[in-house]
Design a protein around this ligand. Sequence first.
Ligand SMILES: Cc1cc2nc3c(=O)[nH]c(=O)nc-3n(C[C@H](O)[C@H](O)[C@H](O)COP(=O)(O)OP(=O)(O)OC[C@H]3O[C@@H](n4cnc5c(N)ncnc54)[C@H](O)[C@@H]3O)c2cc1C
Ligand code: FES
Ligand code: FES
Length: 489
Amino acid sequence: MIQFLLNETPQAVENCSPNMTVLEWLRTKMRQTGTKEGCATGDCGACTLLVGEEHSDGQWHYKTMNSCLLLVGNAHGKHIITVEAVTRGMHLTPEELHPVQRAMVECHGSQCGFCTPGFIMSLLALYINHEQYPGQKAVIHALGGNLCRCTGYSPILKAAEQAYEYERSQEPWSAVAKAFKQTLNQQSTSNTPSLINGQSNFLLPQSLNQLLTLKANHPEAHIVAGATDLAIEISQQLLSPKTMISVTQTPELTEVIETRSQFTIGAAAPYEKFIGQLCEHYPETAELFERLGSTQVRNGGTLGGSLGNASPIGDPAPMLIALGASIELQSLEGTKILNVEDFFIGYRETVLAENEVITKVIIPKRSANLTLACHKVTKRFEDDISTVCLAIAIEHKNHVITSVRLAMGGMAAVPKRASQMEQQLRGAKFEAQSFTTAGEYVSQDFQPLTDVRASEDYRLKVTRNLMQRVGLEFCQQIPTSLRIAHASL
Ligand SMILES: Cc1cc2nc3c(=O)[nH]c(=O)nc-3n(C[C@H](O)[C@H](O)[C@H](O)COP(=O)(O)OP(=O)(O)OC[C@H]3O[C@@H](n4cnc5c(N)ncnc54)[C@H](O)[C@@H]3O)c2cc1C
Ligand code: FES
Ligand code: FES
């Protein structure tokens, strides 16, 4: 049985397909149709809801997620808040509106209204997580995963600000969530929460030992983390796994530990849990993470999912390879640690054995003279998948490049190091021209595909241009203002 809180009502779900998303469950089983289905692929944000969970400080924190990507099993123990509760949750009469709703009405932020429930939920998350108006950049960031084809966004951005001009509302959800969690905690913890429907199962191990035992007993099972990739395979490609094992509630896989020498990031820790900490240490990675999907996607997606998916266009892999990160795999037979670049062996193929699970990603902290750059080239700035992704980390001494790790995504069947370009740089003078020269060797490293995103020629040319840019950036020949202008294109 899977238990969660829907607005103020506890739910115990048993007879439900493990493939079902919370969106489908809400609309078809609960007949709550305020949450809309636009794309069903995590791209439009119409299905956005708030998902609350208890943090180690005992407080409940609420974040936006796409309900079209949230499998019902992954809702266990969570507090789901839908658009229907936005007003009801304040104990107001239905005629009275929450400040974000009132602002959307008064600023004319809605025309056809299809996207509006999703915008309301994203604005609500912003409102409850920021006591003061956080500024337009934060609003744009929060709304990056919500598309509107009618209003042109300006009224919506205005509404985000105007909501702060009314008397501030206090959300009453924490008390009901705490009571629900207390009841859940009093129940037996020996059983693995699960959804079993005919031949298919969804299992939620609550410890690493439970997880590894389940994987040993069900080697064919699909591991599920945030399901931002897997839910799409289920809904669009009709994948119907017999058994799914969710790692989202295995504490050892969701923790993030920072020591003097490294970050150890649980394979099932959502991006939003660690990117603040990581980007403080490696500010050069901030834009890459900011542009990885949308806020909703980063609130669910994980490094374990990105690496496990082994997509050649996943953004984290080139950066992890450039930083010399390693990946930990575990099974009941033991633990293996290997370099991220050695994990991939072919298109969507990895060395992961059937009984193994990715448990951690270990990222070393920077050496004293490390210089790093990460670039993602896409058709649009927000919420788009990479055409080409490049990450390069070098060290230099006495104007000579002493070490280099250069990795690329979107250029081969796997995220891969550029060994020829690296060789050109190693021992070369630390000057912009060395990077431009190394870029000329790109076709010795890669023979990229022509596909819907770009042609082979474009990918090769953009790499040469990126190498030239990296050289100018590293050698301080690009003024900061130009760098900022380029980044915001
Ligand atoms: C709208 C949208 C935009 C996106 N934009 C980007 C983007 O800009 N850049 C980008 O890189 N990605 C993007 N993605 C892809 C996706 O969000 C990431 O790949 C994410 O990191 C996947 O993590 P997850 O936890 O959701 O994985 P899941 O979907 O849960 O799993 C993905 C795969 O990994 C396996 N897996 C998961 N965890 C483990 C584990 N611990 N051990 C072994 N196997 C495991 C699963 O079995 C599955 O095969 C986007 C996705 C969507 C829907
Ligand atoms: S329906 Fe479009 S993001 Fe979920
Ligand atoms: S108001 Fe119509 S899509 Fe946004």
